[in-house]
Design a protein around this ligand. Structure first.
Ligand SMILES: Cc1cc2nc3c(=O)[nH]c(=O)nc-3n(C[C@H](O)[C@H](O)[C@H](O)COP(=O)(O)OP(=O)(O)OC[C@H]3O[C@@H](n4cnc5c(N)ncnc54)[C@H](O)[C@@H]3O)c2cc1C
Length: 477
């Protein structure tokens, strides 16, 4: 059995010595390697796959940035670090890391410039009408719940989804560019190298790592630090079962093969604490096109549970974690639109009562929900959930229908948000809150900015931002 921690006395000879060893070449690893190398550290990146990219290369490529970036300005939007900060602090879950959010918002304009300086292109055109990556190559979108209750009352909204210039999913372009930048830097990449153990001295200092490559063990000494950027754990059934069993119901677990929690386990074996292992991004794209936000999302009791104009990452989290993934989007003929994402129609009825029967909901439940909603909607109001008035319209035109938003048949796309506990410089913390000497982390191997209420772009955003900080800090160790 491979042991996840080795004592230096067990290593007779190192195959290689570097200053900084980065484990995993996704977005966070690329950012860490670039900054470590530029700070003058001899840097090696281990990647278990045959090339870099990871989940980052499969992603939408949206980066959540703001505070007045050059792209926001070019698209005619005002934003401030304060507004971004207040939104993130309010929306990123029950107990987000306030210090990380503060630094992220203060550094966001510079971070956009840095991403662009690596060669990632952005078209200075705003695309309205979609959540997350647009169908065009436009550069700026809404990618959160900034204009929805309760956040619109907390901070002036601004679109902050920064999208590399490519149609649809732009993760491939982002990662081609970042990997090319790493290749052009003094950092070296060792592909087909899976890190299987950390080398840790009895005093707790991490001094290197052991990797497997084509059946051979390779031992690498890291004079200044090891940075774990191995991604999340959506493909680790045991960790999912232990920390977020409801996620097993999701149809789509979004993540490359490498998202098996290996880096998190390596860190834990070295004494690291973890945080927010129960937090996940759950996308339920039920209200795309946006006209469908005029519908009512109801649970198995026929009751609404959220303002339907919230971002689809928030809808999914609420539907799965609070309602067991049993939800339906109710529409009438007047607001019916073909959903952008294929979706079954669970039931149709000439009246709310008939629709309720067809859905098998408790007698009177959906009927009462629609009647109450309509009573206030006649005045364009939604006193229960405060949906924006332009999405509030009485549902009175038969036939009535319900789109299936249950986990059994609908897209619920999940990835994990929790991981190793780190400070703002990417130092991995032990269970007493002290940094483990020589051990760093970033990206989804660590607990990020969002620990709930996800806005798209925060994962690539915080991974690259705190990956850079970890790279610089490790290089300076
Ligand atoms: C379809 C989809 C769309 C998404 N859209 C967005 C979006 O638009 N914006 C956003 O912010 N997020 C998005 N996400 C989430 C986001 O892609 C991930 O959370 C993010 O890419 C994680 O980055 P990372 O660098 O931490 O990990 P990864 O990109 O997964 O990189 C980790 C790397 O480490 C390697 N690795 C793992 N274990 C080891 C080991 N033991 N030894 C060596 N190497 C190892 C892996 O092979 C991998 O290359 C999306 C995800 C998916 C799948």
């Amino acid at each position: 059995m491979t042991r996840a921690v080795r004592d230096p006395s067990e290593i007779a000879r190192y195959d290689e010595e570097v200053d900084v060893l980065v484990v995993g070449l996704g977005a966070a690893g690329a950012a860490a390697a670039l900054e470590a190398a530029r700070a003058g550290a001899e840097t090696l990146v281990l990647e278990r796959a045959s090339g870099g990219g990871g989940t980052s290369a499969m992603s939408g490529g949206v980066l959540y940035l703001g505070g007045g970036t050059a792209l926001q300005k070019a698209c005619g939007f005002d934003d401030s670090p304060e507004a971004m900060h207040d939104y993130l602090l309010a929306s990123c879950g029950d107990a987000p890391d306030a210090e990380k959010i503060r630094l992220y918002c203060e550094g966001s304009v510079e971070h956009y410039d840095w991403i662009a300086a690596q060669g990632v292109p952005f078209k200075p055109v705003f695309y309205d009408g979609c959540s997350g990556e647009p169908p065009t190559d436009d550069g700026l979108v809404w990618s959160g719940s900034e204009r929805a209750h309760p956040f619109v009352e907390v901070a002036p909204p601004a679109p902050r989804g920064h999208v590399p210039r490519m149609e649809h999913q732009t993760g491939p372009l982002l990662m081609q560019t970042l990997c090319a930048a790493v290749e052009a830097s003094p950092a070296r990449i060792a592909a087909n190298h899976r890190c299987v153990a950390l080398v840790q001295a009895p005093d707790g200092a991490v001094q290197g790592a052991v990797a497997e490559s084509f059946g051979e063990e390779r031992r690498i000494r890291a004079r200044r630090g090891v940075i774990l950027t191995t991604g999340g754990f959506i493909n680790d059934d045991a960790l999912i079962e232990a920390h977020q069993p409801l996620v097993r119901r999701c149809k789509i677990r979004v993540g490359a093969e490498g998202d098996d929690g290996s880096g998190i386990r390596l860190g834990m074996a070295a004494g690291a604490a973890t945080m927010h292992m129960d937090a996940a991004s759950i996308s339920l794209p039920a209200t795309q096109p946006w006209g469908l936000k005029r519908g009512l999302l109801v649970n198995a009791q026929g009751q609404r549970f959220i303002n339907e104009d919230a971002y689809y990452g928030r809808l999914g989290e609420w539907a799965l974690f609070h309602h067991g993934g049993r939800a339906w989007l109710v529409v009438d003929d007047a607001i019916f639109e073909k959903p952008d994402y294929p979706r079954d129609v669970s039931a149709v009825g000439e009246t709310p009562a008939e629709l309720e029967r067809e859905l098998g909901l408790p007698a009177g439940s959906l009927e009462a929900t629609i009647a109450l909603y309509n009573r206030h909607a006649e005045r364009g109001e939604d006193p229960l959930f405060h949906k924006a008035s332009h999405y509030v319209q009485p549902l009175v035109t038969p036939p009535f229908g319900a789109f299936d938003c249950t986990t059994g048949s609908s897209i619920y796309a999940a990835f994990t948000l929790g991981g190793l506990a780190t400070d703002t410089d990417g130092r991995v913390l032990d269970v007493l809150g002290a940094p483990i000497p020589g051990l760093f982390g970033a990206g989804r191997a660590t607990s990020g900015l969002s620990v709930g209420g996800y806005s798209s772009g925060l994962s690539l955003g915080d991974g690259t931002f705190f990956g850079r900080r970890a790279g610089r800090c490790a290089a300076g160790s």
